[in-house]
Ligand binder design. Structure first.
Ligand code: GTP
Ligand code: MG
Length: 319
């Protein structure tokens, strides 16, 4: 690790927020040395709890996230927030909107807010979110709240990396719960019916109950349903209490957690191998040559793929 990384790591470990920001940026952009940095960070991770907050656009995720963060801070915890924004970093609008809505929370001591664009994450969105959460964890955050819109597959993958998932539903969208992807409904630990000041909130609660009855596995722990009015801070204390209680019951070594580590490991190895091959191809013009060979009928994609990955296969044959 070069001296720049070293300095950044030292500053981050001693509590410098600018160093934390810069470290995240360097890891996110996969600057050479990022893997070594993460290796060094890893032993300091595992203490923070990751809470995913998801729901349809405009459901009140940012408002609720801010409120939850405030209560956690009041209880003496330190908090980091990752806001996964579906828009590209260049379109501006929504990103700026989130920043504004989150400003009241960023000024609270101990809360570190980081926005992340859905597109453009070099290591893949879910790995990037994992990396950022780990860095915040190592920095000493007790909780990392991850806000994502529960609509795309990418966002669902992000939600799968957390310890506990809050799914926000709202009345007045016609199809309160159908607006959310089935994949997200399945992994909800707590359903939050936000905007309970609006007509139809009780109906949304009933809809969720019916849905849970239908898909019910009688032994499984039923997700809780909690009504909130995020703009007024109503129901949030209860939500935080229930969330903390539920987190206590989670076993870090259960099958689901193991599965999560497995997935992360496979993802990292895949990215590394493919990354190395792409880099080599770029540097040597190998990809162009391979394509031309296929076009000229001299070779085929299967033979080239086999040849390119042969060193890896060879490595395992030796074992
Ligand atoms: N009436 C009412 N409005 C709310 C409530 N919670 C949030 N809002 C409003 O709903 C709008 C969207 O809130 P956000 O917190 O930005 O929602 P979001 O889900 O983060 O939105 P995106 O990130 O853009 O998907 C804002 O105008 C909030 O003030 C609530 O409990 N009741
Ligand atoms: Mg938001």
């Amino acid at each position: 690790m070069d001296s720049k990384w070293r300095q950044l790591m030292t500053d981050m470990k001693s509590g410098s927020v600018p160093a934390l920001s810069r470290l995240i940026t360097r890891v996110e952009s996969r600057e050479p040395g990022w893997m070594e940095a993460m290796q060094e960070i890893f032993p300091d991770t595992g203490k923070a709890r990751l809470i995913g907050i998801t729901g349809s656009p405009g459901a009140g995720k940012s408002t609720l996230t801010s409120q939850v963060a405030c209560i956690l801070v009041e209880q003496g915890f330190t908090v980091g927030i990752i806001a996964v924004d579906p828009s590209s970093p260049f379109s501006g609008g929504a990103l700026l909107g989130d920043r504004i809505r989150m400003r009241d929370v960023s000024c609270l001591e101990g809360v570190f807010v980081r926005s992340m664009a859905t597109r453009g994450a070099l290591g893949g969105l879910n790995q990037s979110a994992r990396d950022v959460a780990k860095i915040m964890d190592a920095f000493g955050k007790d909780f990392v709240l991850i806000e994502t819109v529960g609509v795309g597959q990418d966002e669902i993958e992000v939600v799968k990396t957390v310890d506990l998932v809050l799914v926000i539903c709202v009345p007045g969208q016609g199809d309160g719960i159908q607006a959310i992807k089935a994949g997200v409904l399945e992994i909800a630990n707590i359903f939050v019916v936000n905007k309970a000041d609006r007509e139809g909130a009780d109906q949304v609660v009933l809809d969720i109950e019916t849905m849970l009855e239908l898909g019910s596995d009688s032994d499984a722990l039923k997700p809780l349903i909690i009504k909130t009015i995020a703009t007024r801070g109503e129901g949030i204390s209860f939500l935080v209490d229930q969330t903390l209680d539920l987190l206590k019951t989670l076993d870090r070594k259960d099958a689901w957690q193991k599965n999560r580590i497995q997935e992360e490991l496979i993802g990292l190895v895949e990215k590394e191998i493919v990354g190395l091959i792409k880099k080599h191809w770029n540097e040597t013009g190998g990809l162009d040559r391979a394509v031309n060979q296929i076009l000229d009928g001299e070779s085929d994609p299967y033979s080239i793929a086999q040849k390119v990955t042969a060193p890896v296969a060879g490595f395992f044959k030796q074992k």
